[in-house]
Design a protein around this ligand. Structure first.
Ligand code: PLP
Length: 382
């Protein structure tokens, strides 16, 4: 099998499996209990918190563990909305956010929020004039992703955060695809809130984190115990948190070489395909992009048919985001970039990670060169 869907999820690192296996046997205590098993679980959660904090250069107590990126972004947005000052009823986000942010924002409209969706330009980059125009003293929170999960296009969140803060708004960044894949420093970025996810970086599902700057007074959205500094009630998911901590540590160690390795693989993959296949576009090609992904538009093919063909050959990829696949809705990201529904349907996302090797990509290039003309011929006969 050739797994090229690392933006959807990643296989667990063996080191993560090892610590989780040990935790499964030993860490049964409730981290809130005062006895020895409880203290052992608490120590393991605290160690994981230090490791996740180190990944983004935050303080330990600014990390709130959640069940994943989706919950982190819901807590950020709903919690910021609950904490908003009088007269601040606008939320600014982009039209290409993940549904974790877009749907949370739409849900807040029912609570009276006025939502501004900043468009992107054809290259996938944020329309910065529209962003600046949308900012004023009535904005409660700005939520812009660090890198797009479908195209990998990176947004200038440092600059956007400066502008947001000048207006007194809080800045939230969905860094689910960049946390652990690119060096991140929340102090340099100057953000108030930042979402991370464990299963995108060889950690288990069921864990994520929200960085909450100690400068802000985010409000909780779930109620119960006082866990996670009162921001996320409920007994901690010790096992997944322990795995997440180890995954964060591994990802941090890999940051000095892995981005360059993946960028070289990705660039070679794109170059070989562009050389051999006509009617092929690389979406967002001209922008600064995350090295772990390429989003390819093939004229005259149906992405789902190509995915099935790839799957039969043992190659795993995705069309658009995993959360949207199955529904056969064209990708909202590609539509926002100005592509037609037909072009969006003809797109495939290949995303790379720890296990990705040059030989695998060569095999996929050969397969596409052989099969894409066949798929196109089939489309013509239908
Ligand atoms: N945000 C982005 C940009 C994502 O790509 C994803 C998952 O694909 C999420 C949020 C959701 O994260 P999780 O699966 O941890 O809930």
């Amino acid at each position: 099998m050739i797994y090229l869907d690392h933006h959807a999820s990643t296989p667990l690192a063996p080191e993560v499996i090892a610590v989780m296996g040990k935790a499964m046997q030993e860490l049964f205590g409730n981290p809130g209990s005062v006895h020895a098993p409880g203290r052992a679980a608490r120590a393991a959660v605290d160690q994981a918190r230090r490791r996740v904090a180190a990944l983004i250069n935050s303080r330990e107590r600014e990390i709130v563990f959640t069940s994943g990126g989706t919950e982190a972004s819901n807590l950020a947005l709903r919690g910021a909305w609950r904490a908003r000052r009088a007269g601040r009823n606008r939320i600014i986000t982009s039209s290409v956010e993940h549904p974790a942010v877009l749907s949370a924002c739409h849900a807040l409209e029912a609570d009276g929020a006025e939502l501004v969706l900043v468009p992107v330009l054809p290259g996938g980059e944020l329309d910065q004039n529209a962003f600046s125009d949308a900012l004023d003293e009535t904005v409660a929170v700005v939520s812009i992703m660090h890198a797009n999960n479908e195209t990998g296009v990176i947004f200038p969140v440092e600059e956007l955060a400066k502008q947001a803060r000048r207006c007194g708004a809080w800045m939230h960044v969905d860094a689910v695809q960049t946390g652990g894949r690119l060096p991140l420093d929340v102090n340099r970025l100057g953000v108030d809130l930042l979402s991370l996810s464990s299963h995108k970086i060889r950690g288990p599902k069921g864990a994520g984190a929200l960085f909450v700057s100690r400068e802000i007074d985010l409000q909780p959205i779930t109620f119960g115990g006082k866990q996670e500094a009162g921001l996320r009630a409920g007994t901690e998911n010790t096992l997944s948190i322990v795995g997440f901590g180890r995954a964060a540590e591994l990802a941090r160690e890999g940051l000095s070489s892995e981005p360059q390795r993946l960028a070289a693989l990705r660039d070679g993959f794109e170059a070989q395909l562009l050389e051999s296949l006509a009617g092929l576009r690389v979406h967002g090609a001209l922008q600064e992009r995350l090295p772990s992904v390429t989003n390819l538009g093939f004229d005259g093919i149906e992405g789902e048919a190509a995915l099935l063909m790839l799957d039969m050959a043992g190659v795993c990829a995705s069309s658009g985001s995993a959360c949207a696949s199955g529904s056969l809705e064209p990708s909202h990201v590609l539509l926002a970039m100005g592509y037609s529904a037909e072009q969006a349907h003809g797109s495939i996302r290949f995303s790379f990670g720890h296990g990705t090797r040059a030989e695998q990509l060569e095999r996929v290039v050969e397969l596409l060169i052989e099969k894409v003309p066949q798929l196109r011929a089939l489309m013509l006969t239908i």
